[in-house]
Design a protein around this ligand. Structure first.
Ligand SMILES: CC(C)(COP(=O)(O)OP(=O)(O)OC[C@H]1O[C@@H](n2cnc3c(N)ncnc32)[C@H](O)[C@@H]1OP(=O)(O)O)[C@@H](O)C(=O)NCCC(=O)NCCS
Length: 153
């Protein structure tokens, strides 16, 4: 199976939204409007993974400055369609996003994940992310998150 990683495009929104709905409940998923807004953001970077010209996964990150003026990368979302999971697509997308962060001089990146999302946590740990703090009620009352962080070399 050949996996192609390409820059995200506004034309991809319908496919991205369908993948969001496979990954999350309607209440948790980004809406099409939110996805468009993220892609349009001048500080965002996004990539899609394609298999046989079909979008099967994507990731979007944002770059912001912290209070010391350092550039910080934020992995906003990473989704892979169910049928295409455990084939190395998530890792490929995240590595590509990190590499783009690095070319833009980002030294640290972080992301939030639900405490019960063991698949995503395994992926992040595999790529060297470390748990920092628990984010109480981050995903709603009683649904906690974990903040993961990675120093990019
Ligand atoms: C998390 C997610 C993006 C992983 O994508 P993927 O393409 O299946 O991941 P990969 O195939 O690249 O997996 C890389 C490694 O991550 C870990 N991993 C991925 N899925 C896992 C699972 N279900 N259980 C345990 N470990 C898992 C493994 O270490 C895996 O390596 P291995 O297959 O050699 O054991 C995918 O499960 C997904 O889209 N989930 C729903 C959306 C989501 O939760 N996004 C993250 C929000 S914070």
């Amino acid at each position: 199976m050949s996996i192609e990683i390409q820059q995200i495009r506004m034309d991809d929104v319908d496919e991205l939204y369908n993948i969001e709905l496979e990954c999350f409940s309607t209440e948790e998923a980004f809406t099409k409007e939110q996805i468009r807004h993220l892609i349009k953001n001048k500080n965002s970077i996004g990539f899609v993974a394609k298999v046989d010209h079909k979008v099967v996964g994507f990731t979007i990150g944002l770059i912001n400055k912290n209070e010391f003026g350092d550039l910080i990368g934020h992995v906003v979302t990473i989704d892979v369609a169910i049928e295409y999971r455990r084939k190395g697509i998530g890792i490929k997308l995240l590595k590509k996003l990190e590499s783009e962060f690095k070319t833009k001089n980002v030294k640290t990146c972080f992301l939030e994940v639900r405490i019960d999302n063991k698949a995503a946590q395994s992926l992040y740990k595999k790529l060297g992310y470390v748990e920092t703090v628990c984010l109480k009620d981050y995903y709603g009352k009683g649904v906690h998150g974990i903040l993961f962080k990675k120093k990019l070399k």
